[in-house]
Design a protein around this ligand. Structure first.
Ligand code: C2E
Ligand code: MG
Ligand code: MG
Ligand code: MG
Length: 275
């Protein structure tokens, strides 16, 4: 009795597992095709300077419009891409497309906008990454100092020599580096200094409660003070209300980004007709 039950259950899980696996393989193939078919496109979200109130940068956030499933968020397809070398293909594609777009917009509109591009931790293991960044900058004419690469705190804190060397080489190109989602990992001041970054982005989860909770505001104040002490520019992400924005300005935060300031949108929506 127990034996048959056991086997039945095993087969049930086996079927479920096989279906999950098949679905994943299908999505992975779809994602491969998506790169070729132009279904992957970058949205751009404004980053605003809190002193001048002006848009000083845009962050490229990748979008996938799937032919049958519609919009699939990056939180789903980026991890899928990270399971294979596909992330390197996608990453280079994003870098090329967005630097070209930004270089064009800068010269056409006389804008001094910076471009922020997210890098996956796996891309830091790609021996061709640095050359690809350099080639892209040369080909598009975007000044290296106008490109900021964002790496999440958890990715940066891996004790990985090869990745650290890649970051150093990127800096030598003149590219800026940001630590993304700060506060969600466990980095120390010493590690922050050693990495020689330019920008620290405070994770949205810390911004959410600042207008209501004195403790939440105090935590953000101390992150800003710490970042400034080691010479980093501070960006707050996920700013959704005017109260949060006012408070961040009072706390001396340098830049902010969030739905209150502008949602991620297509380049044509943000800058006007295609070039
Ligand atoms: P991230 O780099 O931390 O990007 C910020 C995320 O917060 C974006 O989600 C953005 O749409 C969202 N966001 C911005 N303002 C607000 C706000 O006021 N409220 C709320 N609730 N959300 C806000 P998105 O576009 O879904 O991207 C999620 C993550 O996917 C990104 O987090 C980034 O880690 C990753 N990602 C996106 N594009 C790329 C890419 O081209 N390459 C890589 N490697 N990762 C990417
Ligand atoms: Mg980011
Ligand atoms: Mg972030
Ligand atoms: Mg985030």
């Amino acid at each position: 009795q127990a034996k048959t039950l056991g086997r039945g259950r095993f087969e049930f899980f086996d079927v479920a597992l096989r279906e999950r696996l098949q679905r994943r393989l299908r999505m992975e193939q779809d994602l491969r095709d998506a790169v070729q078919n132009g279904q992957l496109w970058p949205a751009y979200q404004p980053v605003v300077d809190l002193r001048s109130g002006e848009m000083v940068a845009v962050e490229a956030l990748l979008r996938w419009t799937h032919p049958t499933h519609g919009a699939i968020p990056p939180g789903e397809f980026i991890p899928l891409a990270e399971e294979s070398e596909l992330i390197n293909v996608i990453g280079k594609h994003v870098l090329k497309a967005t630097t070209r777009e930004l270089a064009g917009r800068r010269s056409a509109h006389g804008l001094d906008l910076h471009l922020k591009v997210n890098l996956s931790v796996r891309q830091l293991d790609d021996p061709q990454l640095v050359a690809a960044v350099q080639d892209t900058l040369l080909a598009t004419g975007l000044p290296p100092g106008a490109l900021c690469l964002e790496v999440t705190e958890s990715a940066l804190m891996r004790d990985h020599t090869a990745a650290a060397e890649v970051l150093t080489s990127l800096r030598e190109l003149g590219v800026l580096l940001a630590i993304d989602d700060f506060g969600t990992g466990y980095s120390s001041l010493a590690q922050l200094r050693r990495l020689t970054l330019d920008t620290l982005k405070i994770d949205r989860s810390f911004i959410t409660g600042i207008a209501e909770s004195r403790d939440a505001a105090a935590i953000v104040a101390s992150i800003i003070a710490m970042a400034h002490a080691v010479g980093l520019t501070v960006v707050a992400e996920g700013v959704e209300t005017a109260d949060q924005l006012d408070l961040l300005r009072e706390l001396g935060c340098d830049q902010a980004q969030g739905f209150h300031l502008g949602r991620p949108s297509a380049a044509t929506e943000l800058f006007g007709a295609a070039l």
